[in-house]
Ligand binder design. Sequence first.
Ligand code: ADP
Length: 559
Amino acid sequence: MARVVRMPILEAFERLGTRLQRAARRVRAVPVEVPEVAEVAEIEAPTAQLVARFTETSKITGALAAIAGYHALLGWLFGIDLLRTPSTTVPMMTANEAVIALLYGAALYLPRAPPTPTWAGLRPLAGIAAALGTFLALLSVLEHVAGASLGLEAWVGNPTTGPSMPVFSTVAYLSIGAGILLLHEERRLVAAQVFGTVAAGLSLLAIACYVYGAPPFAGEMPLYTAIATLLASAGVVFFHSDRGLMAKVSSNSFGGVMARRILPATLLIPVVLGWVQVQGLRAGLYGFETGLAFLAVANVAVFVTVVWGSVVSLYRMDTKRRRAERELQETAAKLARSNADLEQFAYVASHDLKEPLRAISGSVQVLQGRLQPQMEPELEELIHHTVDGANRMQTLIDDLLTYSRLTTREEPLEPTDMGGVLREAMANLEVALRESRAVVTNDALPVVRADRTQMVQVLQNLLANALKYRSERTPKIHVGAEDAGPEWIVSVRDNGIGIAPQYADRIFKIFQRLHTRKDYPGTGIGLAVCKKVVERHGGRIWVESEPEEGSTFFFALPK
Ligand code: ADP
């Protein structure tokens, strides 16, 4: 007889082993390589470094503008010509222009000055400096309108009869002043940068006239002023280089790369070529028309080179990006396949294991029955352990099967009354609810788009846990619902043992339990099932809890 019982058990164990192996073999080994993201990162690299460099540029150009103004002012105070103009044939930077350059430079430098106590004390003066500089520029407008002098230069002993600075300087300074004042208004930032660019254009024009040796003209900016305004306007444009128009220039998009390549070339090359042409003309190497033809063709040649260089690097970037995208897509597809295979494995394994397991526990129970009358206590305990183990494995397999069926047996989402879902879940838990004398209350529950069977599973698991993890108190459970705009938030609140905050995420992972089987039976799959279902519905699930006081599980479902 012992032989008769022994054989089915051994066979069942063997079958258990081979089925497990077979199921494992069915899972294809998919080598999932880590995506080649380095190149993507290179393309998408955050532009923080670039922004930092531009911001530093703004600070430095601001400081240089202030220094230029300061030196010209010293020139006026001590009568040193070289500090006011590079040559006697070029107009001097006036004292008023120098003061404004100093004020604007300070306004641009101070917000970024080192964090030492001295500089920190001076920082609040930045706004005053900008406002004062703009006020002086406005006074100059007044002088131009009135065609008279307000005597702004008198304090350095410059007895002016007309305006304290030429038209070009007035317009450039007014632009820069407006730019600095608008820099701190987020919504006017683009306007500030446009003002900065206009001033830079005027300054460049003045500088180009000097470089080409053009005869002086009315309203012309002194060279030192043009340099100071060019520096200050760069300070304005680069001040917030991560925002407004500059956000595009400093971005690592194709547009940003193009802007950084082409803009400097567009600014510099025509000016340099123009200078070369003027030198050639002066040396009598060619006539005006021939010079113009050379200039035009040279411009074309240079720009074709610049544009071609940009086209080549754009092409390279694009190829890299496409390749990276393709690799990512392939990796995603591989991951999806491997995920599906794993789910299939869980399903097959749990499904195939059921039958031999049933044979084991059945045979052991037969064995127990036959040996019962004269069984030694030791043997009885052994058999008891075996039956217990087999039963636990049975529950585990059932739970695993439920988990893997979530994706293999999904139903379409349909309008589902959560009130009805709650009633069904409570009906399934009737015995446990009665035995624990739990009091369950609920809000009016909404109709949501869901898979009804799976929603019953979620509420049932949460209610069952609220009962299982109860404290000494009579369980009080409240099922709530809140309309949170684009989603419904359903909650299950209990007055049970609660969960320490550090486990709030862990408990939703499969097989993760916070208690031993002796304290609370379970497999650690219930909440993983809830998470998978809720996520399949496009929602989220989380817990808020106070140990000893109780827990509230929330899940949000999109409307
Ligand atoms: P199981 O209940 O089978 O252990 P679950 O996935 O349902 O598996 O729960 C995982 C763990 O989360 C549980 O072991 C328990 O520690 C904790 N938990 C779940 N619900 C509650 C609750 N309402 N109160 C306190 N702890 C809970």
